[in-house]
Design a protein around this ligand. Structure first.
Ligand code: 13P
Length: 306
């Protein structure tokens, strides 16, 4: 069944666990996440970015996720990740997404409020939940306190933003960033800032850029020819601290991509005579499923499906 992010995340924040929001691009990634959720008896969010909509086409990719949800014994949500403008968010509301993100984090505070509120006004009447972002995702190493304050989520304005927009969940910037190269040296998040934001807001909070970039996956990909020097992610201990402070949705894209790539490389290297796409992509799907299952256990969502 297809449900909203809000329906999954409100109980998660209340009970101190988080829902994995996994980026999917194709049949294999959608099946990997749906099967992981079923095996872990975990709710899950399958999220689609505007660039995936360009790559796959909206009817194809939304059709895949809707089918996954129809066949699933556990609740799944279909979410637009990083909706870049009002039109994209509205199109996804019309296409049957149960949740959309409008990313106005690059705008000035008042403009972000106006854009977010516009999306809330078209989404809520159709029962679709809305995520917004305040602050910018960027590394915080070697930055001064003033620089951090300018980039990361300001706890003083978070409550006002939530109240004036009516948004259902808020993505916060506390030092994570997208991709496989999150830190040069110290791998730390601004947990103190999250604590204050969490005290001032009661809606579920979202952590983007939360892949851990497991070194065993980097090593596997490297063994079979990848070049990923310096790849580093968020330690699992930091993720647990964040969940304890109100993070109820955790976005994972990079770790699934790494699992996919490492396994495709392995199959092609070990079986040079193989040219059946199913024999190459099947093991890659299983590798993504294993990663998704381990995230569900780490986030505490395993066994939480009704
Ligand atoms: P990662 O690149 O850390 O997986 O983050 C993905 C993400 O936040 C998508 O919105």
């Amino acid at each position: 069944m297809l449900v909203t992010n809000k329906a999954l995340m409100v109980p998660a924040r209340k009970k101190g666990y988080a829902i994995g929001a996994f980026n999917v691009q194709n049949l294999e990634s959608a099946q990997a996440v749906a099967e992981a959720a079923a095996e872990e008896k975990s709710p899950a969010i399958l999220q689609i970015t505007p660039s995936v909509i360009k790559y796959a086409g909206l009817p194809y990719i939304s059709g895949l996720v809707k089918t996954a949800a129809q066949l699933s014994p556990v609740p799944l949500a279909m979410h637009l990740d990083h909706g870049e403008d009002f039109e994209t968010a509205a199109k996804c509301v019309d296409a049957g997404f149960t949740s959309v993100m409008i990313d106005g984090s690059f705008l000035k505070f008042e403009e972000n409020i106006a854009l977010t509120k516009r999306v809330v006004d078209v989404a809520h009447p159709k029962g679709v939940s809305v995520e917004a972002e305040l602050g910018k995702l960027a590394g915080i190493e070697e930055r001064s306190v003033e620089e951090k304050d300018a980039i990361l989520t300001d706890p003083k304005t978070a409550a006002e933003f939530v109240e004036r927009t009516g948004v259902d969940m808020l993505a916060v910037a506390i030092g994570t960033s997208h991709g496989a190269y999150k830190f040069k040296s110290e791998t730390k998040l601004d947990i103190e800032r999250l604590k204050v934001i969490s005290e001032k807001t009661s809606i579920p909070l979202v952590l983007h850029g939360a892949s851990s970039v497991p070194q065993w996956l980097v090593e596997k990909a490297t063994r079979f020819g990848a070049s990923l020097g310096g790849a580093k992610g968020i330690p699992e201990e930091e993720i647990k601290k964040a969940i304890a402070l109100g993070i109820a949705k955790i976005n994972i894209d990079t770790d699934l991509r790494l699992a996919f790539t490492a396994t495709v490389r392995e199959v092609l290297a070990i079986s040079p005579k193989e040219f059946d796409p199913r024999k190459i992509l099947g093991p890659a799907k299983d590798a993504m499923k294993d990663v998704a299952k381990s995230k569900m256990r780490l986030f505490g969502s395993s066994g939480k499906a009704p």
